[in-house]
Design a protein around this ligand. Structure first.
Ligand SMILES: Nc1ncnc2c1ncn2[C@@H]1O[C@H](COP(=O)(O)OP(=O)(O)O)[C@@H](O)[C@H]1O
Ligand SMILES: [Mg+2]
Length: 310
């Protein structure tokens, strides 16, 4: 087990909280999905060297705009990555048990570089490559096919032996280490690992452009067989997405802040309306007055309880 107990517990708790608020209103879900798509496309392409900003990515994808000073290739990369994400969502929606195959990986790759680099789309490299910024030497061109076969066999065998986030992290590393394509390996592998993650009900893990150095460092550790930090790194990205989701869909936070009459509030805490009023009049409990009535919230009472517990 590479993930710490604490991380595993946090993933479970937050996934559980998310499952509790399902089903999520479809309009809201669509909005969240759009945000994730921009976030993922921007970050994954930026890691790879694309210079579009997040806002520009949004303009290109959602508004079909052309950004002055940015190359056609950068535009196409944004558009193609977005289309690959649409395909990913379709997979997840359609079939809960979709398995990762070489065919699927090639399909994803051909979407990622569809127009930006169509000559290499969906075909394994036949020559050697190196990864700039890394000491890792991928297998030679003629070994790729065999290594990919081994990867799929490994995945089948290990599927139930790991926490799904661990499985996704190790799978991700193995795929980028083989580096089966001339280019687009990172982007494709970041999408493919999310098939595993999203099939398990989690929102997608997004590796941030700002974490590029750390990402390369934990991949280099994985090259040496040390997977711990890579797994934690991916888990943190999924936890960030879970938090993101929860902050948008969770009614509990807003509910706690909802203003209630003292009679209503008394029903939700251990104080009587009279005692609540006394706390308000002695400036111990945050409250608001509308007309002749006082209003406060569960959150305010929680804050008061915390203040006296100190
Ligand atoms: N030490 C490493 N071991 C294995 N893979 C690595 C290592 N360092 C970087 N990589 C992977 O190589 C990718 C870059 O390969 P590339 O084919 O150019 O992909 P893309 O064009 O999508 O960025 C990085 O995004 C990362 O996933
Ligand atoms: Mg590249």
């Amino acid at each position: 087990m590479y993930l710490s107990k604490k991380t595993i517990q946090m993933l479970a708790e937050k996934l559980n909280a998310l499952n509790k608020v399902r089903p999520i209103d479809s309009a809201l879900l669509e909005k969240i999905k759009k945000n994730f798509q921009i976030e993922m496309t921007y970050n994954s392409n930026a890691i790879e060297g694309n210079t579009l900003t997040k806002k520009e990515t949004f303009w290109v994808i959602s508004e079909g705009l052309t950004i002055k000073g940015k190359s056609l290739k950068e535009h196409l990369e944004a558009k193609n990555h977005h289309e690959a994400l649409e395909f990913l969502y379709e997979l997840i929606d359609k079939n809960k048990k979709n398995t990762i195959s070489e065919y699927l990986i090639k399909q994803m790759h051909s979407l990622v570089v569809n127009e930006s680099d169509s000559k290499i789309a969906g075909v394994y490299r036949t020559g050697n490559v190196f990864i700039s910024g890394s000491d890792h030497e991928p297998p030679s061109g003629f070994e790729v096919a065999v290594k990919m076969e081994e990867l799929i066999a490994w995945l089948k065998k290990e599927k139930n032996k790991h926490h799904v986030i661990e499985l996704a992290a190790i799978m991700h590393h193995k795929l980028v280490a083989i580096h089966p394509f001339w280019d687009g390996n990172g982007r494709t592998a970041r999408l493919i690992m999310n098939i595993l993650i999203m099939n398990a009900g989690y929102p997608m893990g997004i590796i941030l452009k700002n974490d590029r150095q750390r990402y390369y460092r934990v991949l280099a550790e994985a090259d040496r067989g040390d997977y711990k930090n890579l797994c934690e790194f991916l888990a943190q990205s999924v936890i960030r997405s879970l938090n993101n989701y929860l902050s948008v869909v969770s009614p509990t936070k807003n509910k706690k802040e909802q203003l209630l009459t003292l009679a209503e509030l008394a029903g939700k805490c251990n104080y009587s309306p009279a005692y609540l009023k006394k706390l308000i009049l002695t400036n111990k409990l945050e409250a608001a007055k509308k007309g002749r009535n006082w209003y406060s919230s569960v959150k305010a009472v929680d804050d008061y309880k915390k203040s006296i517990a100190k």
